[in-house]
Design a protein around this ligand. Structure first.
Ligand code: ASP
Length: 314
């Protein structure tokens, strides 16, 4: 069976991931082969939360495939302001477009919305839930820099609310990886995610820590995340953890010379700018990879000869 919608990385098998990454690499090398492939195709952008990279790279990707986008714009200027439900909004916009990209502050919003539409719907972030297309570009960047098998990765910061972390952690269980999760106790991975990760991968591949120090020398990749201030029910709780887990050149003295430092961006103060010009930094490359990866995903979702296999019922 093939995927009609892309909601979580749990849907994706190793074969699916490799198909997308291999195709993205082809498009990265020569995007001209698909310049007119989706001429006349319209992608609907529904962003109920701020976005820079995700939205602009989807738009760039669709245009590089020969298509165009229709953007709902800010919620302030849309009918959402008048109280329209998400189910109604997506049903209306699917009538104008060939596929939808949805970002929403509520976890589960993409799953719900996908039940109301027939065109492919891509989850571009649902609250603290998932962000599967970010994961694909993260995997692409990891593969370019460190390889995806026999990988030791540290994932650090806000593991509770960070949707990019959840999606990446699930996807990595398809590969031979050791995942170290580093966070303050209050921002640990949700217990159900830990449970799922153990079910999907031999438990020895998953470890939780409160300090980077003990694992840093063993890491191939360090994936740093922002504390998701907007998701804290209580600002005081945010203030207690703000500014923890920052890295700078001194921190990385204990790291391997081969370490790759990643971040889904935007960063606040987690990575000192002095790291930007070092060989460790891969976060801008990671953001650039969003275009070929989203081109590959859109083409696969929009084409009749879809090449992403697997169950689509998760
Ligand atoms: N841009 C990512 C997201 O939308 C990461 C972040 O906002 O911290 O989840």
């Amino acid at each position: 069976m093939r995927h009609d919608h892309l909601i979580t990385s749990k849907q994706l098998s190793r074969g699916d991931i490799e198909t997308v990454l291999d195709y993205a690499a082809e498009l990265d090398a020569d995007p001209s082969t698909v310049a007119d492939r989706h001429a006349g195709t319209l992608l609907g952008l529904l962003f109920f939360e701020p976005s820079t990279r995700t939205k602009m790279s989807f738009e760039t990707a669709m245009k590089r495939l020969g298509g165009d986008v229709v953007d709902m714009g800010s919620i302030e200027s849309s009918s959402v302001k008048k109280g329209e439900t998400l189910a109604d909004t997506v049903r209306v916009i699917e009538g104008y477009t060939d596929a939808l990209v949805l970002r929403h502050p509520k976890q589960g919003a993409a799953t719900m919305a996908s039940e109301f539409v027939d065109v492919p719907l891509v989850n571009a972030g649902d609250g603290a839930g998932h962000h599967p297309t970010q994961t694909m570009l993260d995997l692409y960047t990891i593969r370019e820099n460190a390889g995806l098998d026999d990988l030791t990765i540290g994932i650090m910061g806000d593991l509770k609310y960070g949707r990019t972390v959840h999606s990446l952690a699930y996807a990595l269980t398809n590969f031979d990886t050791r995942q170290h999760f580093i966070s303050p106790e209050s921002l640990q991975l949700p217990r159900e995610v830990v449970y799922d990760l153990h079910q999907r991968q031999d438990g020895t591949g998953i470890r939780e820590h409160d300090s980077l120090e003990e694992v840093l020398p063993s890491l191939d990749v360090l994936y740093v995340t922002r504390i998701q201030r907007e998701r804290f029910p209580d600002e005081n709780e945010y203030q207690k953890v703000a500014g923890e887990y920052q890295i700078d050149a001194d921190t990385l003295e204990a790291a391997s010379d081969e370490l790759t430092v990643m971040h889904p961006l935007p960063r606040v103060d987690e990575i000192a700018p002095e790291i930007d010009e070092t060989d460790y930094a891969a976060y801008f490359q990671q953001a650039h990879n969003g275009v070929p990866v989203r081109m590959a995903l859109l083409d696969l979702l929009l084409s009749d000869d879809k090449r992403i296999g697997g169950d689509d019922d998760e």
